[in-house]
Ligand binder design. Structure first.
Ligand code: LLP
Length: 404
């Protein structure tokens, strides 16, 4: 995705032409970016040969899942819906893990019947529930047990999951208790230790700490796990500054860990695979000036992309056509929804903007559409996939009749 002669292109398509043809707001994805991200991720961890399970919650579009499958990844799912979508996309059941703190009986039964690789369990009650259902189905079910390593991921508090106050995983004491309790089970085999300390992590140190906790626990436990599932969480650079995760350091600490504990590694990346693959095209509906502020009212809103309203997350907004005429006004980019938090960004220096201009909200491939809603009874946007000069509609824009 880049500017060519001041016009923004996704692969061979100018975004202006896409907005005209498909209307706005519009989620657009670049196949090339997706392929590059997956190839880079694989290359980085090649010496570990991990199983890479794409975290479907970050983007559950079945067409994108199909491409992700073709590029060799498995899936990390957290609901019956995500498991269904992953199987529908053709993802191999032996490459699917099912995480989440509150899997229902229906979901567990579905996962067991589909013979997926692992159900990653997060409490004693859930382990016992899985055992009960496995017994009913007369199956030996492989599970993972998620440890809460009490490690600060040094990311936004709303997306931290590895501290003891978070609802995720079990503490060490409970972990050991469950392992000992399940050793003799005929229906459950605890094959995997799983962890996931949070999302949008840009510092490798929390990962190192997490591996240190695992190392100590494994030495104490003397129990052999075939698999260690390290979760996802690798952050991306939303603000185009130089902050990025040092993958090399993370990899080195995993290699060191594996020298002591020989096991298969699973990763569950979401954002790092799909985040910069997507953008939203949006039109400026109105410009509005009040006493103290200049608002740019866009046709994209918090129902389409909730990250800024929910986490105060920053997504850059750039023009589809650069005009090189700078305005000194402070601009506040907002959506049309009746909420004060329906606000994307404040910019102190920006080019002159007119009503009807097409703008681009950057890096919305992860937790964009998947977190969208119909608030204010707004229809969800269409999604399109661009491959060179080909464009495919991968989800139709909803119609009002679909949602009332
Ligand atoms: N594995 C587990 C068990 C998870 O809970 C998550 C994300 C992932 C993997 C993938 O994490 P990633 O590689 O994408 O960071 N809605 C928030 C992010 C919530 C993440 C939830 N869990 C956001 O928009 O920033």
């Amino acid at each position: 995705m880049q500017y060519i002669n001041n016009k923004f292109y996704i692969e061979k398509k100018s975004v202006k032409s896409l907005a005209e043809k498909f209307n706005t707001p519009l989620y657009c994805y670049s196949f090339k970016n997706l392929k590059t991200n997956i190839q880079n991720f694989k290359k980085t961890f090649k010496s570990i040969s991990p199983l890479i399970c794409f975290s479907v919650k970050s983007n559950s579009n079945v067409y994108l899942l199909k491409e992700i499958k073709k590029l060799g990844l498995g899936a990390d799912v957290v609901s019956k819906g995500e498991l269904f979508a992953s199987l529908k996309a053709g993802i191999n059941k032996n490459k699917i893990v099912f995480s989440g703190v509150g899997k229902t009986e229906e979901e567990i039964e579905y996962a067991i019947r589909k013979n997926i690789l692992l159900i990653n369990s997060e409490s004693l009650s859930e382990v016992l529930k899985i055992e009960e259902i496995a017994k009913k189905e007369n199956k030996l079910v492989n599970i993972g047990l998620r440890l809460n390593p009490d490690t600060d991921a040094k990311t936004l508090k709303q997306i931290s999951t590895g501290k003891s106050e978070n609802k995720f995983g079990v503490d060490e004491k409970t972990f050991i208790k469950i392992i000992n309790l399940m050793k003799k089970s005929k229906f459950i085999r605890i094959k995997c230790l799983s962890v996931h300390i949070g999302s949008q992590i840009l510092n490798h140190k929390p990962y190192e700490k997490m591996l240190g906790v695992l190392d100590k626990l494994l030495k104490r436990l003397k129990y052999k796990f075939d698999i260690i599932d390290l979760g996802g969480g690798m952050g991306i650079n939303y603000e185009k500054n130089n902050r990025k995760l040092n993958y090399n350091e993370y990899k080195k600490s995993i290699i060191k860990f594996r020298r002591k504990h020989n096991c298969k590694i699973i990763f569950e990346p979401g954002r790092s695979i799909i985040g910069n693959v997507g953008i939203i095209l949006t039109k400026v509906i109105y410009l509005k000036h009040n006493k103290s502020k200049n608002f740019v009212i866009l046709d994209v809103a918090m129902n389409d992309l909730i990250r800024p309203a929910l986490y105060n997350a920053k997504h850059r907004i750039i023009p589809s056509i650069k005009n090189n005429s700078m305005s000194k006004k402070v601009l506040e980019f907002v959506g049309p929804i009746c909420e004060t938090t329906d606000k994307f960004l404040t910019e102190k220096k920006y080019q002159n903007i007119k009503e009807n201009d097409i703008m681009i909200v950057c890096d919305t491939g992860a937790y964009g559409f998947s977190l969208s809603s119909n608030y204010n009874l707004r229809v969800k946007p269409a999604e399109i996939l661009i491959k060179g000069n080909k464009v495919q509609i991968i989800r139709k824009r909803q119609k009002i009749v679909d949602i009332i």
